[in-house]
Design a binder for this molecule. Structure first.
Ligand SMILES: *Cc1c(COP(=O)(O)O)cnc(C)c1O
Length: 450
């Protein structure tokens, strides 16, 4: 993006606005992108606009606002200045054109899918997805006439091609599968989807834009649960959708976008309307009318997390690799799923996509079956027994009896969940402490009793 001409800050002329320079490195953008204190009484912290609504000003301005002819805020459910900073910052970090905040990751994902598909349409999706998304696709959206066309094997490019029918409106994948940590060849999948006029949507929650920017590999939309690493402090539920910009919504597959573009052509500059059609329609239709907006206080807390995202992700990934290597060498451990390990079947893909490390979630199969897994859960001291991931504090869970509970056994196993599988979310504690904790929890486990 081109740099702006010299601006004014607090009345004094300045020649450079860091907040508006997308060429800066990630570590700088996460602190400055999208926020200019000059418009906010010079407040260095992003202010929390804790109001329900904004004065409209004069009659003509109200008309312009409601035509989306003028950027501005009227009612907090539609937009507000605190969320706008988070949206601009996430768009900058992802290398995208625009973003929309939601109340949760699930409201971001459901809004995204409803923006793409209508009754009678399909979403081509892999099965190695977050449990909530799988349930949404398998059990909730079908009641609205939207069905999933499942990609049999996420590693098989032909399976994506086979899953795309004339009714398919998106291919949906995750940057790192859960909990088998499978890596998908995003660039190749994007090409298969684009050949057929279909956009690629990636849930980037486990990777964050610091470890993987799906737009660099051809994705069109990225969804995040900001509850996890984006916030990092484990205090705040939130979600964000980012759009790359430039997908051709007039390719014949998306009549709802054609109608939307037509309806708004009189007011919004054609370039801006086309380039950010996805997030504009998402905000005007699904954020506004379903009402799952992120509160400004949540946006503020999330921004506090974003400021340290790269620092935390570096540490998370370093710790995860150390813990994974330790576990892999332990006689009571059957298997460790972590793409950066040389033994991982995804090692080559991780070398392509995850040069800064492949996140901090590990799938671990221990000896001794269900009893073996239970024994570890009951003995860990630093790892907390929780279903969450992406906190700075380490967590452990037994997926078969929690997040994947209720799925038939074959479905669980296809997602990499066995009765002896534990999922670890490796935090930013001292790696030595984490390894000693796991060592004592595994101590005395029968190394040969399967
Ligand atoms: C947690 C999570 C979600 C759902 O997000 P919420 O903020 O809990 O609604 C979606 N996808 C992934 C990969 C997640 O980890």
């Amino acid at each position: 993006m081109a740099r702006r001409p010299p601006g004014r800050r607090g009345g004094a002329p300045v020649t450079y606005d860091a907040h508006d320079d997308d060429d800066l490195a990630f570590d700088t953008l996460q602190l400055h992108a999208g926020y200019d204190p000059a418009g906010h009484n010079g407040s260095k912290a992003v202010p929390v606009y804790q109001t329900a609504a904004f004065e409209l000003g004069d009659f003509d301005r109200c008309v312009r606002l409601f035509n989306y002819e003028e950027d501005g805020h009227s009612y907090v459910r539609f937009s507000n200045p605190t969320n706008e900073v988070l949206e601009k910052r996430m768009a900058a970090l992802e290398g995208g054109a625009a973003a929309v905040c939601f109340a949760s990751g699930m409201s971001a994902i459901s809004g995204t899918l409803l923006n793409l598909a209508r009754a009678g349409d399909e979403i081509a999706a892999v099965k190695t997805l977050y449990g909530g998304t799988t349930t949404l696709l398998a059990d909730v959206l079908p009641d609205f006439g939207i069905t999933a066309s499942w990609v049999a094997d996420p590693a098989d490019l032909d399976a994506y091609a086979a899953a795309i029918t004339p009714r398919t409106k998106a291919v949906y994948i995750e940057s790192l599968g859960n909990p088998s940590m499978n890596v998908i060849d995003i660039e190749a999948v994007a090409a298969v989807a684009h050949e057929r006029g279909v956009p690629l949507v990636v849930d980037g929650t486990f990777a964050t834009p610091y470890l993987l920017r799906p737009f660099d590999w051809g994705a069109d939309v990225v969804c995040h649960s900001s509850t996890k690493y984006i916030s990092g402090h484990g205090t705040t539920i939130g979600g964000i959708v980012v759009e790359r910009g430039g997908f051709d919504w007039r390719n014949g597959r998306f009549p709802q976008f054609e109608k939307f573009l037509e309806e708004n052509a009189a007011f919004i500059a054609p370039g801006a309307l086309l380039h950010t059609a996805f997030t504009r329609r998402l905000r005007m239709r699904y954020l506004t009318e379903f009402g799952g907006h992120m509160s400004p206080m949540t946006a503020f807390l999330t921004l506090n997390g974003v400021e340290t995202l790269s620092l935390r992700m570096r540490r998370h990934a370093e710790n995860a690799l150390e813990v994974a290597a330790f576990l892999e060498s332990h006689p009571a451990v059957l298997e460790v799923s972590y793409p950066s390990l040389p033994s991982s079947p995804y090692h080559a893909l991780a070398a392509k996509y995850f040069r800064r490390g492949s996140g901090a979630i590990l799938g671990v199969r221990v000896r001794g079956g269900l009893a073996g897994a239970r024994r570890v859960l009951e003995r860990v001291r630093i790892f907390d027994y929780m279903v969450n991931v992406g906190d700075t504090k380490s967590m452990i869970v037994h997926p078969a009896t929690s997040i994947h509970h209720g799925l038939p056994r074959e479905e669980q196993e296809r997602a990499g969940v066995f009765e002896d599988t534990l999922r670890l979310s490796v935090g930013t504690e001292d790696a030595g402490d984490l390894i000693r904790d796991l060592a004592q929890a595994l101590e005395g486990a029968a190394p040969t009793a399967d």
